[in-house]
Design a protein around this ligand. Sequence first.
Ligand SMILES: [Fe+2]
Length: 251
Amino acid sequence: MDRRHAMKLIALGAATLPLAPQRVFALAGAAAAPAAAPAAAPPAPSGPFTLPALGYAFDALEPHFDAQTMQIHHDKHHAAYVNNLNKAVAGRAEVAGWTIEQLLRDLGKVPEDIRTAVRNHGGGHHNHSLFWTSLKKGGPAAPTGTFAEALAKTFGSVEGFQSKFDAAAAAVFGSGWAWLAADSTGALKVLSTPNQDSPLTQGLAPLLGLDVWEHAYYLKFQNRRAEYVTAFHSVVDWDVVAERHAAATKG
Ligand SMILES: [Fe+2]
């Protein structure tokens, strides 16, 4: 498949999300990105949830993750999850004031008629928010300190963890996520979830997630998911993952 065809597929995927994003947000460093739209004043939020800034330039993770995918992924896909989540909870006093984490942890208490929308779009919002903040070019190449020891205790070695995580990412059939997560005691676990399901709904704290929806990698890697997974390991911010583990262990 050539690049033009791949672009069409990515664009189609964004366009067929249930609600086309109405808001394009100015991002930190966006001016340096090759395809950045002119920054405009962000419109007033249309609900309680907002698209977080990416926090770095679209091309910050090159050559591992390409700028065009990062821009489409954040500005179109993630924005659509936020907009659809806001639509789902609009006017619903039962969940007014709930955080995104509350919605996903207590999904069974969300009114049944909006539960699927909250599961899909709320999960999409939280998963992507976690994803962007897990990435950093030039971060530590591997976990260190007590967190590295915890990984080794559970998986035999850091390499043992990576092997299990990569296998989970490869085994996702269709769209979903591979995760490193922790339970309330800090015990580590590798798992995958379908679609936009969150480990929070299973009572787990997500520490590191890899988006293996095709929209996350098809433009650069096409069907070569394994290469995308390998590239991911070059941009993980292990300091952030270790901080999340410490927070999960403290409860
Ligand atoms: Fe995604």
